[in-house]
Design a protein around this ligand. Structure first.
Ligand SMILES: NC(=O)c1ccc[n+]([C@@H]2O[C@H](COP(=O)([O-])OP(=O)(O)OC[C@H]3O[C@@H](n4cnc5c(N)ncnc54)[C@H](O)[C@@H]3O)[C@@H](O)[C@H]2O)c1
Length: 270
């Protein structure tokens, strides 16, 4: 039986991954700091589910999550490091608590999960995979949400470091990186400060118009895992062009062109 652990499983992409994993008959360990929503997700699934309310910032809680997962199921095959938050604002005006919260959840949480589970995955000596969720913002820096884009860049780097280290020790534990484009979820629900509310409205409108639902997105992720892919970028059209343009810009030492900001510095859509 395949066992999947999913953090941030109470909403959006994580809940979609949980529903699809359940439809494939996998046993599930679901974690989220929103205990009520986590319980509701768990109860909606017709598979064996262990729901563990967990704040991924809390190292002891994440260690307890790993222990609970192994006590219940004895092994883990797929480890989805999915929990994340998005804050918007001007880099110099976002308060230090908001900066710290993004760093602690989006980077610290991922590191806590890696530290709690990867030794066990290595020792189990069976095929398994760590799947970290970054973003298009992990490849293409975005103005007005520096904590988000910075932390998602970090996940790109941590994932490649992890994959290299596992290969170096000859482990069969594999790594994948998910870089979603727009997926309809609660991530942009946080109140935006006045200076960035227009930008966030554009982002929300784009997601509503072009985004996938979590239930459309999840099967694409599992199909990529089935193919053994490292880079899981199902909405690749915009991302690929963005990566090409950005690489070209760096190689030519050009001024950065910012996402959704035109050459006059105006936010597109004004
Ligand atoms: N939705 C998108 O368009 C999009 C695009 C790119 C990347 N992502 C990434 O996908 C992941 C999932 O986001 P989503 O869009 O489904 O958002 P979402 O807000 O709907 O879901 C995120 C879940 O993470 C949980 N969470 C947040 N902080 C937590 C913590 N400290 N401990 C435990 N759980 C916590 C939330 O309660 C929520 O259930 C995030 O890492 C996000 O950055 C989303």
């Amino acid at each position: 039986m395949t066992v999947a652990v999913i953090t941030g499983a109470a909403s959006g992409i994580g809940a979609g991954l949980a529903r699809h994993a359940a439809s494939l008959g996998m046993d599930l360990v679901l974690a989220d700091w929103d205990a009520a929503a986590l319980q509701a997700t768990a109860e909606s699934l017709s598979t064996e589910v262990l729901a563990v309310p967990t704040d991924v910032r809390d190292e002891a809680a994440v260690q307890a999550l790993a222990k609970a997962a192994y006590d219940k199921f004895g092994s883990v095959d797929l480890l989805f490091n999915n929990a994340g938050v998005l804050s918007s604002g001007l880099t110099w005006e976002i308060d230090s608590a908001t900066w710290q919260r993004s760093l602690d959840i989006n980077i610290g949480g991922v590191v806590n999960v890696i530290r709690a589970f990867v030794t066990r995955l290595i020792e189990a000596d069976r095929p398994s995979r760590v799947i970290n969720t970054s973003s298009m913002g992990g490849f293409l820096p975005s103005p007005f949400m520096a904590p988000y884009t910075a932390t998602k860049f970090a996940i790109v780097a941590i994932s490649e470091a992890l994959a290299g280290e596992l290969a170096a020790i000859g482990s069969g534990v594999r790594v994948s990186l998910i870089a979603p484009g727009a997926v309809k979820s609660a991530i942009m629900d946080e109140q935006a400060p006045a200076e960035t509310s227009e930008f966030m409205t554009l982002m929300r409108d784009m997601t509503q118009a072009n985004g996938l639902t979590p239930d459309e997105f999840a099967p694409l992720v599992f199909a990529a895992i089935e193919r053994g892919e490292y880079w899981i970028m199902p909405q690749s059209e915009a991302l690929d062009q963005g990566i090409r343009d950005r690489t070209e810009m760096i190689l030519k030492r050009e001024q950065p062109k910012s996402f959704l900001v035109d050459s006059d510095g105006e936010q597109d859509g004004r």
